[in-house]
Write a new protein. Structure first.
Length: 317
């Protein structure tokens, strides 16, 4: 009996030690998350993104997808021609504003710390559904400073639901990846609804983990309608028709909502044209971007001459 008692006591002690170790492992992961959070802060004021997304959507009725850069300057300045993606340096041609809107536009450019360096980027590329959402929030009078809190609030909300759905450890891994991913480090905070898709997608996945097929699928569908690429998440649920149906419902409703953008159906026509120009150019700069198309471009041209020429021709990418 004494021997059995000793073995059971040792076994219990061993299990307790393992539990403590597992607990410390989880705590260590969340300590890393805290460090990653501060590393990811970077420049809290993301003027570059706010200029493109806030100004681009607020004045979408006048600017559409092609006139943002043309109307942001008053004299001849080097800027990207958003119809061709080449650069030009001539007098701007912008006569599309009513006087009151023009005054507001110039004031807002000052508010977002507009710089002519921004004119070398690739324009405003949000979907019409995203434009409609942004315009609705601006129309009800929400100040810009509060609108900039949407991204972090949704990220925090989704992370809390993830902890509930998959546990502390798995949530820590997801948080680390989100904070340290090359495309988001130093860029997560201070943007204007640029990362809302991460929060919506994580919320959708968390709900799906808790067997809320419809709600989770709808959120992924909404994220897809606003940003397009989250639709790839539906591939993980290809055998779950209830989830795919919910994704289709969320996507369809969001695309329909997108008709409320200030250019209506024409906004969708311009968006397709804009994306055609954008994607054609992106395929030529595999040295500058991440993503499937850029990766394939690098594989197809895996030689030093290609990289040299790519960096020379896309020095401002």
């Amino acid at each position: 009996m004494a021997i059995l008692f000793s073995f059971s006591h040792l076994a219990g002690a061993g299990l307790s030690v393992l539990a403590v170790l597992r607990n410390w492992r989880t705590k260590s992961l969340w300590a890393l998350v805290a460090v990653a959070f501060f590393v990811s802060l970077g420049d809290i004021s993301q003027d570059w993104g706010v200029y493109h997304y806030y100004i681009g959507s607020k004045y979408f009725n006048e600017l559409g997808y092609f006139d943002l850069y043309e109307c942001s300057i008053l004299t001849a300045t080097t800027r990207r021609d958003l119809h061709t993606y080449g650069f030009r340096h001539d007098e701007p041609d912008c006569e599309i504003f009513q006087p009151e809107r023009w005054a507001d536009f110039r004031t807002d450019l000052y508010r977002v710390n507009f710089s002519t360096n921004m004119l070398r980027d690739k324009g405003f590329n949000a979907t019409p559904a995203w434009v409609a959402l942004s315009q609705a929030l601006i129309a009800i009078g929400i100040p810009l400073d509060f609108l900039l809190l949407i991204d972090p609030l949704f990220l925090l909300l989704s992370l809390n639901l993830l902890v509930y759905a998959v546990g502390w450890r798995q949530s820590a891994y997801i948080a680390l990846f989100t904070l340290l991913f090359i495309g988001t480090t130093d860029r997560l905070w201070g943007h204007y609804m640029q990362w809302l898709w991460i929060g919506l997608s994580l919320l959708g996945v968390a709900l799906l983990q808790k067997r809320s097929s419809f709600a989770g699928g709808v959120l992924i569908g909404i994220a897809s309608g606003l940003y397009i690429f989250p639709i790839g998440l539906s591939l993980f649920y290809i055998r779950r028709w209830k989830v795919l149906t919910a994704v289709a419902v969320g996507l369809g409703a969001t695309l329909l909502f997108g008709m409320l953008n200030s250019r209506g159906f024409d906004g969708y026509i311009e968006f397709v044209e804009n994306m055609s120009i954008h994607s054609s150019y992106i395929r030529t700069e595999g040295c500058c971007n991440i993503g499937l198309a850029s990766g394939l471009s690098r594989l197809e041209n895996d030689n030093e001459d290609y990289l040299i020429q790519c960096f020379l021709s896309h020095g401002n990418c």
